[in-house]
Design a binder for this molecule. Structure first.
Ligand SMILES: Cc1cc2nc3c(=O)[nH]c(=O)nc-3n(C[C@H](O)[C@H](O)[C@H](O)COP(=O)(O)O)c2cc1C
Length: 190
């Protein structure tokens, strides 16, 4: 078997480049302060050799989970029963310059969402939400500065498991574990 020694070679081959406007979706799993699992979908903003970046609201549940417990998992699923990547690692707050660059790369819709995805807004009936959304866009002439609550997280992987289907055999699962600056590779069933 000839898997690359470095998992980032596989990540680069599997995920779209950072400049690609179609951002991959991933399931971000966190641990609540009560020790319960929680999960939701987020966009992968970018990745580098240091890890995977996503962005969110600093007031969100996921952000409070991570501040309490940095252990997270990311699950990427490709359509058509073809590939899966599961990343286990630790999340830390991304540098402000990175978060700003990611905000600038977001569509105007997603930038406005970063302002109006609040608890108070969530309580409004649809008609009021639509009216408030329109009024906010008009007030800001469709240009939305970065809100103070915009925050980025960098997930530094400690384990990456790549799963790919094989119509002529069992699916192939290759696990990379970080070990003293390098990676050890294991072939797993499942
Ligand atoms: C396809 C998709 C992409 C999403 N991308 C993001 C994202 O990049 N950042 C984010 O904060 N929420 C994103 N959301 C919303 C989250 O899934 C989630 O509902 C929200 O962030 C609140 O999560 P929390 O209460 O667990 O913090 C996305 C939802 C979907 C369905």
């Amino acid at each position: 078997m000839s898997e690359p020694a470095n998992p980032w070679d596989v990540v680069r081959a599997w995920l779209p480049a950072n400049g690609d406007p179609e951002r991959p979706q991933m399931t971000l799993s966190t641990v609540t302060p009560a020790g319960e699992a929680d999960a939701r979908t987020v966009l992968l903003s970018e990745f580098g050799l240091e890890g995977f970046y996503f962005h969110t609201d600093a007031m969100s549940r996921k952000a409070s989970h991570i501040v309490n417990n940095a252990s997270v998992a990311l699950t990427f699923l490709w359509p058509g029963f073809t590939k899966q990547l599961v990343v286990q690692g630790r999340a830390e707050i991304a540098p402000p310059a990175e978060a700003t660059a990611a905000y600038r790369a977001r569509s105007p819709y997603l930038q406005q969402l970063a302002w109006q995805n609040t608890f108070a807004f969530a309580q409004l009936p649809d008609e009021e939400r639509h009216a408030a959304w329109k009024a906010f866009a008009e007030e800001h002439h469709g240009v939305f500065a970065q809100p103070d609550t915009w925050i980025g997280f960098l997930v530094r992987p400690t384990r990456m498991t790549f799963w790919r289907s094989d119509p002529e055999a069992a699916s192939r699962r290759v696990e990379y574990r970080e070990s003293s600056g390098g990676w050890t590779v294991a072939y797993l069933p499942g």
